[in-house]
Each structure stands twice: as structure tokens, then as C-alpha cells.
Design a protein around this ligand. Structure first.
Ligand code: NAI
Ligand code: MG
Length: 333
């Protein structure tokens, strides 16, 4: 079956790593028609928004997208294209696995955790204002509906993926109302899944435990901001941002796949970015599309190239280019 997929190359290293992922998917024999769409700084001048309507329409039509990172200006300028996409498409669940890949330089050997990040609210609601000069209010929104929805997603994910434990990460000792509501919702959902172990952990202690003993974690569910921060931390447990893929899942099965990392302006345009994070995001996309065989082939090819250790990009201490590592993965298919 031929799949029509919205492809957003993004900016910075985005076009380099999306090209690599497209090549690998096609080499694995998956028939795809890529609908290429622009979003980000380039289109703001023309459309007045980083995410033109035609991008949204394309994803709504195709139900699936693969996306490169998009730069967001710090402090000033247009709102994040990423947050805009997640909001407009109602992509409420952000699934971010971090799993040890043998052969990838890292301090740990047995990490296999999945962060389920609530993707629609919290401090990312964009509700900020100047109260008086020198005083700013930034609103953290937590709702029962979104907390129950992400809690259910996390437990159903754990169940359908044969996982045993869900850890709810929070700061309800300080944000008694906001994080208190989030926790209360998670407790309610946990009672519906007696076969899955449920625990709660305060976010700062979670950071320490992830660094000390990351093997103890299985599925972790948390609000938007904690999920953003802890998923970069999780990528650091398995060799860095070059290895962390993700899925943004919406209601009705709409899904957008992207790497956890950003546009890496420090290395953009030099063809040295590690494309594996986006390739693993494409693997998640293929599983979502029912292309299990191709997904497994690509994943195994990545594992093989990493285990051999001969072709490594700069983040792994090597000097291979994006193209060279992509070629090696294609050769290993
Ligand atoms: P970043 O993730 O782009 O880079 C952090 C560090 O990791 C840099 O040293 C970079 O070179 C390295 N790195 C990241 N991906 C890599 C890869 N595939 N291979 C090798 N090294 C890699 O984070 P940063 O610099 O904080 O953000 C840059 C821009 O990206 C910002 O404008 C930010 O808003 C945006 N961003 C976009 C995201 C998205 O589109 N979903 C997600 C995160 C950030
Ligand atoms: Mg992030």
C-alpha cells in the first residue's frame, strides 16, 4: 500500500536529517508519496505565521507527518511552530522512548524507558503578560480533561507494549493545586489498570534517580514542561539527542513524528548531524502505519551499524558525515 505522508523538512539540520530518513524509508521498500511542506522562519514573512494553513490541511488529510526540527527565536519573535502544530492538530500525547543501543558510546547499558509527555497545556499554553513593568505572569494551565486523557494514554501504552510500571512525575508538594490535580487524575486512571504497577515521584528526585539508576524506570508520564526537560535528560542516558525519536499523537489516530532534538544551529549546514534520531522517529511512524516488517528492518540495520562501531558521526566521537552513516544503514538493511 502506498502511503501519502506530509514531510516538513524544517530548518537548521532539519533538511539534512529528513533527507536521510526519507532515503532509508524508501530503501526499505516502503512506497511513499511525500507531500513537502514548509514551516518556520522562512514562511513567517510570507504568511504571517510559522505554520501556514496548507501545512495543517495536508496533515489533516494525510493523517501522518514526518518533521524535521524548526528553530524558535528566544525571548522575542514568532511563536514556536512546534507548539503551534501540536496545538492546532490537538497532538496531545508526546511519546519519547529512550533505549540503550549497544555500541553507542554512553554511560549506561540497560536503559529502556518511555516518557509520555502531556503536549497540550501546562506552561506551554502561551499565556504570558506583563502585569506592570518588571513583573510578568506566565500561566500554568492544568485541566482534569487533559490529565485524564494523558493518564489513560500512558496506561494503555504500557498495557499494549507489555510494560509493567507507570511512574507519574510531579511537583505536587509545591504546586498543590495544579500538579495535585494532575496526580489525582493519574491515581484515578491507575485504578483501572491493576495489572500495571503505579508509582509517583517528585520531578527533582526523578532527575537524580534517572542519572543514578535509569534502569528502574519503565513508562513515565508527566506534564508538558517536565516532559520536555526530562526527555532531553533521557536522551543523554543513551548517547545523546542524536538517538531520541518521538511521536506526537492526536485524537482519531493523527500522528506527527519528529526527533526530540532541535535544529542544532551550531552544526547546521555541515552535513555532520546524526540522522538516527529522525530515522528512529520514522521507524515509529512505519509501525503506526502498519509497516512492521520495514520498521524492524530499519531498526535492525541501525542496531547493526552501531554494534559494528565503524561508522560514527561526530556526536559519537567519529568523523562520518550524515550521508556516510545513512549509506551504512541502507547497506545494512
Ligand atoms: P538542539 O537540540 O538543537 O541542540 C542541542 C545540542 O545537541 C547542540 O550542541 C547540537 O549540535 C546537538 N545535537 C542536536 N541534535 C543533534 C544531532 N541530530 N546530531 C548531532 N548533534 C545534535 O537544541 P538547542 O540548540 O537548544 O535549540 C536549537 C533550536 O531548535 C531552538 O530554536 C529551539 O527552539 C529549536 N528546537 C526545536 C525542536 C523541534 O522542532 N521539535 C525541539 C527542540 C528545540
Ligand atoms: Mg525539547
Amino acid at each position: 500500500m502506498k502511503h501519502t505522508i506530509t514531510l516538513i523538512p524544517g530548518d537548521g539540520i532539519g533538511p539534512e536529517v529528513t533527507e536521510a530518513a526519507v532515503r532509508v524509508v524508501e530503501a526499505a521498500g516502503v512506497e511513499c508519496e511525500w507531500e513537502r511542506m514548509e514551516a518556520g522562519a522562512e514562511v513567517v514573512a510570507k504568511y504571517g505565521t510559522p505554520v501556514p494553513d496548507e501545512v495543517i490541511h495536508s496533515i489533516l488529510k494525510n493523517r501522518v507527518a514526518l518533521k524535521g526540527p524548526i528553530t524558535t527565536p528566544v525571548g522575542v519573535g514568532f511563536p514556536s511552530a512546534n507548539v503551534t502544530l501540536r496545538k492546532r492538530l490537538n497532538l496531545y500525547a508526546n511519546v519519547r522512548p529512550a533505549r540503550t543501543i549497544p555500541g553507542v558510546p554512553s554511560r549506561y547499558d540497560h536503559v529502556d524507558l518511555v516518557i509520555i509527555r502531556e503536549n497540550s497545556e501546562d506552561l506551554y499554553s502561551g499565556l504570558e503578560h506583563i502585569v506592570v513593568p518588571g513583573v510578568v505572569e506566565s500561566l500554568k494551565i492544568i485541566t482534569e480533561a487533559a490529565s485524564l486523557r494523558i493518564g489513560r494514554y500512558a496506561f494503555e501504552y504500557a498495557k499494549s507494549h507489555g510494560r509493567r510500571k507507570v511512574t507519574a512525575v510531579h511537583k505536587a508538594n509545591i504546586m498543590k493545586l495544579a500538579d495535585g490535580l494532575f496526580l489525582e487524575c493519574l491515581r484515578r486512571i491507575s485504578r483501572e489498570f491493576p495489572e500495571i504497577e503505579y508509582e509517583e515521584m517528585i520531578v527533582d528526585a526523578t532527575c537524580m534517580n534517572m542519572v543514578m539508576r535509569p534502569e528502574r524506570f519503565d513508562v513515565m508520564v508527566m506534564e508538558n514542561l517536565y516532559g520536555d526537560i526530562l526527555s532531553d535528560l533521557a536522551s543523554g542516558l543513551i548517547g545523546g539527542l542524536g538517538f531520541a525519536g518521538s511521536a506526537n499523537i492526536g485524537e482519531g489516530g493523527i500522528a506527527l513524528f519528529e526527533a526530540v532534538h532541535g535544529s542544532a544551529p551550531d552544526i547546521a549546514g555541515r552535513h555532520i548531524a546524526n540522522p538516527i534520531a529522525l530515522i528512529l522517529s520514522a521507524v515509529m511512524m512505519l509501525r503506526h502505519l502498519g509497516e512492521q516488517a520495514a520498521a524492524n528492518r530499519i531498526e535492525n540495520a541501525v542496531m547493526k551499524v552501531m554494534a559494528e562501531g565503524k561508522v560514527r558521526t561526530r556526536d559519537m566521537g567519529g568523523d562520518a558525515t550524515t550521508d556516510q552513516i545513512t549509506d551504512a544503514i541502507i547497506a545494512a538493511l
